[in-house]
Design a protein around this ligand. Structure first.
Ligand SMILES: Cc1cc2nc3c(=O)[nH]c(=O)nc-3n(C[C@H](O)[C@H](O)[C@H](O)COP(=O)(O)O)c2cc1C
Length: 181
């Protein structure tokens, strides 16, 4: 049976390192997984009034359905100011509501953090685990994956090409698929 995996990116910058890593992660998934990168950057900012007024934005409604239909979620994120970017928090909030309709609950998840700096987005990676746990997502605990100095790991076309990192990524994705079951 095909398992649907929603990929939540923390950056939609045109040449995002995050995207390069996400593409490499998706490429490691086995054939019975179908991954799609969700357009979190098209989601209007959360405001409960939209739901309360019966004016739920269509992008929210479609996103909530996407989340409900997914078997698992993979977060690939940079670190912004020692935490994770707002685009991710907005998405988590939107599909957690209206109250009592949390679409995230019970899904397996995994987190990869990415940085051109030296600590691999470790604080973003740790911070996002807090809302993910609260939302009932079972997050892969081991192995962890913090990708530092990411610019040095890409080839001239922006593809992740560093062999050691690709091996870590493979181990990570294998463990994630085991968690999904
Ligand atoms: C608002 C902002 C805050 C940032 N804060 C951090 C940080 O706390 N830690 C870090 O390693 N890099 C930080 N950076 C640098 C990002 O790691 C870098 O811009 C990276 O390229 C962003 O990921 P992307 O290439 O996927 O867009 C920050 C960048 C921005 C724009």
């Amino acid at each position: 049976m095909t398992r649907k995996i929603g990929v939540l990116l923390g950056s939609f910058r045109r040449a995002a390192f995050t995207r390069s890593v996400a593409d490499a992660a998706i490429a490691q998934l086995s054939d019975n997984c179908e991954a799609s990168i969700w357009a979190l950057d098209e989601l209007p900012l959360f405001n409960q009034d939209y739901d309360d007024d019966g004016a739920t934005p269509p992008q929210w409604a479609a996103f909530r359905e996407q989340v409900a239909a997914a078997d698992a979620v993979l977060v690939v994120t940079p670190e912004y100011n020692r935490s994770f970017p707002a685009v991710l928090k907005n998405a988590l909030d939107i599909a957690s509501r209206p109250a009592g309709e949390n679409r995230w609950a019970g899904k397996p998840g995994a987190v990869i953090s990415v940085s051109p700096g030296r600590i691999g987005g470790a604080l973003a990676n740790q911070h996002i685990r807090q809302p993910l746990a609260f939302l009932g997502i079972s997050v892969l605990q081991q192995p962890e994956l913090y990708i530092s100095d990411v610019a040095s790991l890409l080839d001239a076309d922006g593809h992740l090409s560093d062999e050691r990192t690709l091996r870590h990524l493979k181990d990570f994705i294998t463990a994630f698929e085991d968690l999904i079951g």
